[in-house]
Design a protein around this ligand. Structure first.
Ligand code: HEM
Length: 227
């Protein structure tokens, strides 16, 4: 057991934790987007509300949800520890901070800032929907004799405000930049480097980092336009 603790608290162990929790969150985002796209169906929110009800009450999903929050916190905590260790190991900052040329990407140098912006988004996001669904007094809808919370109405009402839509769309751009570097970095840490497959993985990472945030951003825009 001690070897596991030693391994996970070493620099490479912490990078591994970042990669694995990051890949789990990437998986979560894919499922989350697929479910959320039901918000733009023309059915008055029925499919989305039934889906949201299932996601908050089905026991197995409840466990996954706890795991999800745990992985988010672990991802953030480990990133702070790694940043501190990097700073301590190299008190003199790299030349890029003084504006000199560099061959690393902007996203890779600013993962901490991007992550912090996404954290602010997450706090606002969870307060607006997750908290309301679990603890708020929200209206209900009756579908085939079953009373279901109308989370669709909560989301719809929030996207009647242009500033809220703008906040979501801009936040999705930051999510995209974070994913561009995060995806390939995770695969690099896991040692999945191969002359034939690395370009494919990079391509997939870019595709994911562009398409998933666009998919999310479409939701507030469409709901706002439909009114
Ligand atoms: C237009 C974009 C998005 C919409 C409309 C949306 C909608 C929602 C809704 C309605 C919930 C509450 C569901 C429930 O409690 O059953 C929720 C939960 C959540 N959302 Fe989003 N979301 C969006 C984007 C994102 C993004 C980009 C992230 C991450 C960066 C994210 C992370 C989460 C998390 C962690 C939860 C809590 C999930 C859980 O209970 O395990 N969401 N979202």
């Amino acid at each position: 057991m001690k070897w596991l603790v030693n391994m996970l608290t070493s620099t490479i162990g912490r990078k591994l934790v970042m990669a694995l929790t990051g890949l789990f969150l990437i998986l979560f985002l894919t499922v989350h987007l697929t479910g959320n796209l039901q918000l733009i169906k023309d059915d008055g929110g029925k499919a989305f509300n039934i889906y949201a009800e299932f996601m908050t009450t089905f026991p197995l999903i409840k466990i996954v949800s706890i795991g999800n929050f745990f992985f988010i916190l672990l991802h953030i905590y480990t990133s702070v520890l790694l940043t501190q260790r990097n700073r301590n190991a190299r008190p003199v900052q790299y030349a890029y901070t003084t504006g000199q040329a560099t061959n690393s990407s902007w996203a890779s140098r600013n993962m901490g800032i991007l992550g912090t912006i996404i954290l602010v988004f997450l706090i606002v996001h969870l307060k607006g929907y997750w908290y309301e669904m679990h603890f708020g007094a929200i209206p209900t809808q009756n579908y085939d004799g079953k009373e279901v919370k109308d989370l669709y109405a909560v989301v719809k009402a929030s996207y009647t405000q242009i500033w809220y839509v703008a906040f979501y769309v801009i936040s999705m751009a930051f999510v995209g930049f974070h994913l561009v570097h995060g995806f390939s970095s995770a695969f690099q840490t896991l040692g999945l480097n191969h002359p034939k497959y690395t370009p494919l993985i990079k391509g997939l990472g870019y595709g994911f980092a562009v398409l998933v945030p666009i998919g999310f951003a479409i939701i507030p825009i469409v709901m706002f336009l439909k009114g």
